[in-house]
Design a protein around this ligand. Structure first.
Ligand SMILES: Nc1nc2c(ncn2[C@@H]2O[C@H](COP(=O)(O)OP(=O)(O)OP(=O)(O)O)[C@@H](O)[C@H]2O)c(=O)[nH]1
Ligand SMILES: [Mg+2]
Length: 201
């Protein structure tokens, strides 16, 4: 192999790297999502949920949950040879939200994960990205046993703009998560093109 060239003789491609946030309420599956697709061992900042935290940490719906993210999750996925995503999972609990501004710096777009049993938990994330004009896709994480609602009902409950994509997903499933991430990249590109044409016309 010639130095600096791949085995097939093609020059190596310098991939475009994009930063994507994974946000949403407490226990919706953000850490699970990053772990499901990451090709590097994901960096996690999990701490045990303790008895002392019981009055403030609402675990209803995710009673089996024993840990929570206190700073962030970090992972990486190569979508194409020339396109790499860096994933930053945010902490779900309100008392760690001061991390969000730091984490959203330079982000191309975001996934807002939602659990239909506790939709109100993702209002804050939807609001956060709308205010900052960061393109986002809503991923409804389909936990077993949770009722399936029609897309329109979920959109209505979250008061989503028509152009915000909403996808059903399983945060534990690599292919399903990849689809959500491709959706974020596509949506962000469309939004950017729209903004560019608004400036030039
Ligand atoms: N059945 C089912 N369980 C899931 C799914 N996604 C996540 N879980 C479980 O739900 C719990 C919460 O998942 P986490 O990934 O820790 O959630 P999180 O959003 O990172 O939580 P915080 O960081 O504490 O806000 C874990 O016990 C997961 O195993 C899913 O799609 N289906
Ligand atoms: Mg987490």
């Amino acid at each position: 192999m010639i130095f600096g060239r791949s085995e097939r003789g093609k020059p190596p491609v310098e991939p475009v790297t994009l930063k994507i946030l994974v946000a949403g309420g407490f226990g919706v599956g953000k850490t699970t999502l990053v772990g499901a697709v990451s090709e590097i061992r994901p960096l996690r900042t999990e701490e045990l949920l303790t008895e002392a935290g019981r009055p403030v940490d609402d675990t209803s719906g995710v009673e089996a949950k024993s840990t929570t993210t206190v700073a962030m999750d970090f992972g990486r996925i190569t979508l194409r040879e020339d396109l790499v995503l860096y994933l930053f999972g945010t902490p779900g609990q309100e008392r760690f939200w001061f991390m969000w501004d730091e984490l959203s710096e330079g982000a191309l777009g975001a996934v807002v994960l939602a659990d239909t049993r506790r939709l109100e938990d993702c209002f804050a994330a939807v609001d956060y990205f709308e205010r900052r004009a960061i393109p986002f896709v809503v991923g409804v994480n389909c936990f077993e046993g949770s009722a399936r609602y029609p897309e329109d009902a979920v959109r209505g409950a979250l008061d989503l703009d028509d152009d915000v994509p909403l996808v059903l997903c399983d945060a534990r499933d690599r292919e399903s998560v990849k689809e959500v991430l491709v959706g974020v990249v596509q949506h962000a590109m469309t939004q950017a093109a729209r903004r560019r044409s608004a400036v030039t016309t």
